[in-house]
Design a protein around this ligand. Structure first.
Ligand code: SF4
Length: 399
């Protein structure tokens, strides 16, 4: 599939191993003491090599190691993957190379090795600096370790982000406020320029789901969670971090290009267990590919996907509108027309009144006559916004 719109694309590499299972985790993970570093790296390299052609029309602008816990993979293996990506794909100058890391692996030695192999951006899963909250989340690090990890990384890495989590089990507002104060200190005193703040979501089938049903896990009610989000938005704003997506805050210019490209609907190649890929073609045709979730199934499959889903243009359009509405970059009608014009130009025209209505309600604003951007209120209610946009496209297409 060739694309007339996007020239830049991303590569996502999933490293599924974790030391233990967090009770809220719904990701493709494998709990391992003995990580098969070489065997897994070999499988990832084989997949990358066999799928080189999928990226022949694109320049790779971002590479992202996500997990699981990618910082558990030996740096030498991460380095081999990066070397091969450089060799096999057409990269832009200075691509953004990010790795997610657990605080207890952010040592001086690891930081040196990660920077040596070309990782330029670290996303540290702190979640909190309060030991009580970390224990409630069953994280395997302390608050001090999380704090130290960010300090050390800021001294060495070009770019650092940290994740925080709110509305955790029995979390009072004061505890969340203490996390936000430390975050502000790091922005003011150490130059931290990117923060992701997530509302704990409890997915069916997770340990927390079962415990919440039994009443042994109690999370803050809806109003308290909303107040915690409001405090996050205020606290980041006070130190100059702009909310550029529902859960992401950055100094201008420090946004994650990789994550932004998902919200822009850019194509990406996802390799590794459970990884997804998106290919975008002419007329808005798109294809999503999913790899087997279990790492041993992935290795056994030898690069074959578990599922390939063709998105029809209407579904793809609804998804693009929804993703655009989650980020400050918004929905650019000219860009959407260019991508879907040959197949869905009329639909785009008919959906515009729905976007205009969202502007009237204060959920979006219209810039330059063509770009619909969510307001803070729109970002707070992004799920409802998404639902409206899906229904609008569905109604237009089915009439
Ligand atoms: S560290 Fe992250 S990926 Fe691993 S189990 Fe915990 S939440 Fe899941």
């Amino acid at each position: 599939m060739n694309s007339p719109v996007h020239q830049r694309a991303g590569i996502y590499v999933h490293i599924p191993f974790c030391e233990r299972l967090c009770p809220y985790c719904d990701f493709a993970v494998s709990i391992k003491v003995d990580i098969p570093h070489r065997e897994y790296t070999r499988a990832v390299l084989d997949e990358l090599q066999s799928r080189r052609d999928e990226m022949q029309h694109y320049r790779v602008a971002t590479i992202y190691f996500g997990g699981g816990t990618p910082s558990l993979l030996e740096p030498a293996m991460l380095g081999r993957i990066l070397e091969r990506i450089e060799q096999w794909f057409d990269l832009v100058d200075r691509p953004e190379v990010t790795m997610e890391a657990n605080p207890n692996q952010v040592t001086d030695e690891n930081l040196r090795r990660w920077t040596d192999i070309g990782i330029g951006r670290l996303s540290i899963g702190c979640q909190s600096f309060q030991d009580r909250h970390l224990e409630a989340l069953r994280r395997n690090h302390s608050g001090d370790q999380a704090f130290d990890a960010v300090q050390r990384a800021l001294e060495v890495m070009d770019r650092v982000s940290m994740d925080l989590m709110f509305a955790g089990p029995s979390q009072p507002m004061e505890e969340w406020g203490a996390d936000l104060e430390l975050m502000q200190r790091m922005v003011r005193e150490q130059g931290l320029d990117h923060v992701s703040g997530y509302n704990l979501t409890i997915e069916p089938g997770t340990a927390f789901w079962i415990r919440r049903k039994r009443g042994t896990v109690v999370t803050p009610d809806h109003d308290t969670a909303a107040a915690m989000l409001e405090r996050l938005v205020e606290a980041t704003d006070e130190v100059g971090l702009r909310r550029y997506e529902v859960s992401n805050f950055a100094v201008d210019g420090a946004e994650s290009e990789h994550n932004s490209s998902y919200w822009r609907g850019r194509p990406y190649l996802g390799v590794g267990a459970g990884a997804h890929s998106l290919q975008v073609g002419v007329g808005g045709r798109a294809q999503r590919r999913k790899n087997p979730r279990r790492y041993d199934d992935y290795i056994e499959a030898g690069g074959e996907p578990e599922e390939v889903e063709r998105l029809d243009p209407a579904d793809h359009l609804a998804e693009r509108l929804f993703l655009g509405a989650r980020s400050r970059r918004g929905v650019d009608i000219d860009e959407i027309q260019q991508l879907f014009g040959s197949s869905l130009g009329d639909v785009v025209d008919e959906v515009r009144p729905v976007l205009d209505d969202l502007v009237d309600r204060g959920w979006m604003r219209l810039d330059d006559g063509v770009v619909y951007r969510p307001t803070n209120r729109g970002l707070d209610f992004s799920d409802s916004l998404a639902q409206w946009l899906f229904e609008a496209v569905d109604e237009v297409v089915s009439t």
